[in-house]
Unconditional design. Structure first.
Length: 329
């Protein structure tokens, strides 16, 4: 997949395109449904399949005090978009100048003249242009004027209801954020079509885990991806070489030791004996994937009680992951 940071980077000989527009936070099953239609339409027409997205998220520009925390970071979003079969991703810098473009100016600049679109694929709730005044009907009118077709994609049929679901609820980034905020990483994975992931650099921590016999890889505070609710999770650590290691993951502030700041720490379990001494992840950019929440965060009476609970957490992690398989994403 080609990646362009500006319209000027799009090659002049790209040829005709089929385009969709969106933020694609999470690249969840609803997004994948639209992108699948986009790719198929492009293949049928001998055109390139291109997604037009924005960085930063428009909400961060218009209402920074209430903008949602992003489900995934830029690198993971780009990787997930590439896996859909897109030929190109145009990531436009979003600012007030871009926001001031009328619907017609936006479509003419980016879709008609910039990407030479022969078709535009949109969901029924699409909005674009100054004040979000452009909608699906607007795009159809502009398409007729500027020479491209508009293909509307129905919402993804409701997923099979899970425990506590609102029947028939539409798959959305909002729902995924709610699930992660409550620690329900299984529902998040069901909506995403893969396990939720954070990505960050492994940094030195207080070394309490090592002292207790459970060394952890601590993610830097600026790591990307939405942090789920405090607790202990079964999951995977993916190192910089792409090796997936089973891990018991702690999210929280270490209440047993009067911790303050929230931390994400992954204890890799069942490493080969020959890898234990030289298993150094410091400085590596790793992924941490959350499969299931085992329990909430609890303050224990002392190290001995905590060590016993950590042994139980590792055993439970091993049990959960034995049914998942390393290919589960």
């Amino acid at each position: 997949m080609y990646y362009w940071n500006d319209l000027a980077e799009v090659p002049s000989d790209l040829g005709p395109t089929v385009v969709t527009i969106g933020n694609f936070d999470g690249v969840h099953l609803g997004h994948q449904h639209v992108l699948s239609k986009l790719v198929k339409t492009a293949r049928d027409r001998g055109a390139s399949a291109v997604a037009l997205s924005f960085d930063p998220h428009p909400a961060a520009v218009h209402r920074p005090e209430s903008a949602p925390v992003l489900i995934m970071g830029p690198a993971d979003r780009t990787e997930a978009l590439a896996e859909t079969g897109l030929d190109g991703l145009l990531m436009v810098h979003y600012d007030l100048d871009l926001a001031s473009l009328s619907a017609e100016e936006f479509v003419r600049t980016f879709l008609a003249e910039g990407l030479h679109a022969v078709a535009v694929v949109l969901g029924h709730d699409a909005r674009f242009g100054r004040g979000n005044t452009g909608d699906l009907d607007t795009m159809r009118e502009l398409g007729a004027e500027m020479g491209f077709d508009v293909i509307a994609v129905d919402d993804l049929d409701a997923l099979p209801d899970g425990p506590g679901d609102t029947p028939g609820r539409r798959c959305s980034s909002t729902w995924i954020r709610e699930a992660l905020a409550s620690g329900d990483v299984r529902t998040a994975a069901r909506l995403l079509g893969r396990t939720h992931r954070m990505r960050g650099t492994v940094v030195h921590g207080a070394a309490r885990g090592r002292e207790l016999g459970f060394p952890t890889a601590n993610l830097a505070p600026e790591s990307t991806g939405l942090i789920p609710a405090d607790g202990i999770y079964a999951g995977w650590l993916v190192d910089s070489a792409g090796t997936r290691w089973p891990a018991a993951i702690s999210v929280g502030s270490n209440p047993t030791f009067d911790g303050v700041s929230r931390q994400v720490e992954a204890h890799v379990i069942d490493r080969p004996k020959e890898a234990v001494e030289d298993f150094d992840l410091y400085g590596q950019v790793v992924g941490v994937e959350f499969v299931d929440r085992l329990r909430g965060m609890v303050a224990y009476t002392g190290p001995e009680a905590l060590i016993e609970q950590m042994r139980l957490d590792v055993a439970r992690t091993r049990e959960v992951l034995s049914t998942e398989g390393t290919a589960d994403r």
